[in-house]
Design a binder for this molecule. Sequence first.
Ligand code: HAM
Length: 439
Amino acid sequence: MSEIIEPLRGMNDVLPDEARWWHRLERVVREVFAAYGYREIRVPLLERTALFKRAIGEYTDIVEKEMFSFDDRDGASLTLRPEATASIVRAAITNGLLHNQRHRLFTLGPMFRGERPQKGRYRQFHQVDVEALGYGGPDVDAELILMSARIWRLLGIGRVSLELNSLGTPEARAGYREVLRGYFAAHESTLDADSRRRLGGNPLRILDSKNPDLAGLIAAAPLLTDSLDPASREHFDGLRARLDAAGVAYTVNPRLVRGLDYYSRTVFEWVTDALGSQNALCSGGRYDGLVEQLGGEPTPAIGWALGMDRVVLLMQELGTPAPAEPPQAYVVLAGAAAAARGLGLAEQLRDALPWLRIETDLGGGSFKAQFRRADRSGALIAVVLGEDELARDVAAIKPLRHDGEQLDCPFADLPACLARLLGGPSVDAAAAARQDRDP
Ligand code: HAM
């Protein structure tokens, strides 16, 4: 036997039994985005490294330590996207989406960061990402937060709480940076090598340090709230008033700075106490300077990203149901003539009843073996075709999950028979629904 090739650390397979929680999450977020008028955009997984360096910031953990970057054959440095915001802003600029227009967009997909893997933290992880480009007021900040709150409600997820902060304008932030520089410089001898480098580059990033020896120093650092400019304060108050009016609870966390450089004004994070240390479920904020920084016209913008892997873990932890979708019917075929008809019969049933999930036994074998497989499939009924049934132009229908009589159904009536037994829409209603959906 050949040697097995192991998967990469921090890159997970989602197996079929687990996929149903992903499906529920994906269905809910798509419904919510449709309900609020957000439209899907899909952007490449690979971009030029310079995009992420410029957008996320040279001194961030992501850019300094976590990006999967490599040179292509022409020597250009490329990076697997560590997040979606930079790519979506790039796409909006290069496709001319921002000429006198505003856009409310979302995307779903994998992101890549070379972090140390643990429960809830992976190297390939998945985000639902939403971005509102061209909107400057606190109303859109509130709408985005309401949208995330609705997602928790529809998923039946409790044990989440919302933290908010304002980082002020870039100018206010620049002022705060200098305040922090002064503070940390006075304690330079206690800083580690990373923080000393960040002291010269961006001292705000020292606040992200995970070194426990620095926790006390960081906790005592001056607060950004004290440097907030009046316009940002007004914006923040506007957001808070809207959340209060909508009944969304939050706490203001003046220590919330976020690990990416592009933020200004509103930042927020939904956290849970149910997942251990990887407690951030959905995070985001306003990035009014980013479009311009990436070469576009000045455009205010805000967005968030929800960590799908973490939300799926939480759904499982909290016992959120995610229905399995076993076949409703299973076709059992006895004898060569029936075996030849089986696939065609299932096709006709799928044509007539687009909602029907019907599995055909493959590979043959004894009646007993096929019924065992039918039973294991979770199907409610077996549609049985043997020589006797073929001779009479009928299929036998045998209930698998409840006591009941086996009954014969003429081929011509089979769709109506299944619709009645399985409680699905009738043949005519199913055809009309399909016409509506796929005209
Ligand atoms: P972020 O905070 O870096 O923000 O990531 C957003 C969410 O992705 C986190 O709250 C977390 O749930 C999930 N996440 C991040 N890293 C990992 C990981 N290694 N494993 C599993 N889940 C992870 C952003 O990415 C920004 N682009 C959000 C944003 C959009 N801001 C404005 N627009």
